[in-house]
Design a protein. Sequence first.
Length: 155
Amino acid sequence: MSGLVLLAAACGSSGSSSGGQASAGSSPSSAAAAPAATSALCEDVAALRGSLQRLTDIKVSANTVTELKTGAQDVQSNLSSLSSAAGSQWSEQIGNLKSALTKLQASVSTLATERNASSLSGVVTAIAAVPNAGRQLLTAASARCPSASASPTSS
């Protein structure tokens, strides 16, 4: 689970730059569209990174099963947005993270109904796979979103 902390550092923090720059001269070039698309894509990467971090930061409590379900759904929602924005980019890594999330959701559902050592072990194994798959995806995405990985400590 600590691998996700490294993952967040590797991808950096998303800056709070305003995306409100309107093009005064309307030059419909693909070069002008690429930064906007990349910006939106990088926002999706940052949202996914945040939801992965929140998922792996869940502490054991009476509400752990509910928190894990909610956290996994949040990651899945952000992954769907990124997948749509990315098109065919990173399809292998996106598929791996989707698979890891599916296994986590199944193991959490089992834990919700069967509170025993075997079910708990299944969740522990499944939750370890999510940040690993997430790290692979975010590493691949960092090539497209270099500003996110170039300044890991910028505030």
